[in-house]
Design a protein around this ligand. Structure first.
Ligand code: GDP
Length: 295
């Protein structure tokens, strides 16, 4: 938790002084703000949007006090971050969560964290080892399964991922599973093939489990900054992402990426990862995030 606070602080450290350390709103304020936001990973597009909105608003409302403008700025950030309600609950019958993201983003760890969370809530959880491509991926998720006491449906390395997903949905049905979480491949060097594979997995799950029972969660590594945004567009195109899990916010990532992700992707952030252990997953709560950011 302290780690998360640190990364939030990284974003905001200079922001306060930009507004409060001067007596009038001038062009220099906007320049400093722009520079700080970009350095804090808010991203060029979102930064430009924010600045021009702020300028327009200031003019329209004839705001003269920097402190008042700071309030307007905070409100706008709060507004951008809205819309991250808890995923998946309540549900009725089988719910399938397909988890996508590039290798190394924290996909497997996030799956384990989610499985752990819902098992602890009393749900029947099942995992599917749908990354049949990366060496060691099946073993990694099976290790988590053993550790958490959760079964994993798998086939051998190199198997058709859609066949694993199909098997897993059938198994989930016969076991009256509440939540099936499907891992997927995240290789980048053959991106086109990957997206085709994911589309197929998505189709099979939707057909077998019912479209209304499927959600796609995209895992993004917060420390990869703007790259994460580019990846997200590709995944969303292929499989229609429902929500985002932003990992490694306990590390060196600047909290600003949260604003960029929310603003540029138009997708809700559902969860944030704040460590490597099963319990290190939090619901993303916009109000408390902004609260921590600016106080
Ligand atoms: P995958 O390739 O996407 O499945 O990624 P993994 O789940 O194997 O995670 C890659 C590395 O990131 C592992 O060393 C994880 O322990 C680590 N990791 C995942 N999530 C977090 C997080 O929220 N915080 C930190 N500090 N490390 C994380």
């Amino acid at each position: 938790k302290d780690g998360l606070k640190k990364s939030r602080r990284g974003f905001v450290d200079k922001l306060g002084s930009i507004f409060t350390g001067r007596s009038a709103i001038d062009e220099e304020l906007y320049e400093e703000l722009e520079e700080t936001l970009i350095r804090a990973d808010v991203g060029v597009q979102t930064t430009m949007d924010l600045i021009s909105e702020l300028k327009d608003y200031q003019k329209e409302e004839e705001i003269e006090e920097p402190e008042e403008l700071y309030e307007v700025f905070q409100d706008r950030i709060r507004e951008i971050l809205q819309g991250g309600d808890d995923i998946l609950v309540p549900w009725d019958g089988l719910e399938v969560l397909m988890v996508v993201g590039v290798n190394g983003s924290g996909k497997t760890t996030t799956i384990a964290k989610l499985a752990n969370r819902y098992k602890n809530k009393g749900n029947e959880v099942l995992l599917a080892a749908g990354d049949t491509f990366r060496a060691g991926a099946i073993e990694q998720i099976e290790t988590w399964g053993r550790r958490l006491g959760i079964d994993v449906i798998s086939q051998q390395e190199g198997a058709d991922a859609a066949a694993v997903a199909y098997d897993a949905v059938q198994a989930a049905r016969s076991r009256e599973t509440d939540l099936l979480i499907v891992d997927t491949a995240g290789r980048l060097h053959t991106q086109k093939n990957l997206m085709q594979e994911l589309e197929k997995v998505r189709r099979v799950i939707g057909r077998e489990a019912g479209e209304e029972n499927v959600e796609v969660l995209l895992v993004l590594d917060a420390t990869t900054g703007q790259n994460a945004l580019h990846q997200a567009e590709k995944f969303d195109e292929a499989v229609d992402v429902d929500g985002i899990a932003l990992t490694k916010l306990d590390g060196t990532a600047s909290g600003g990426i949260v604003v960029a992700v929310r603003n540029e992707l138009g997708l809700p952030i559902r969860f944030i990862g704040v460590g490597e252990q099963a319990a290190d997953l939090q619901n993303f709560d916009p109000d408390s995030f902004v609260e921590a950011l600016f106080t």
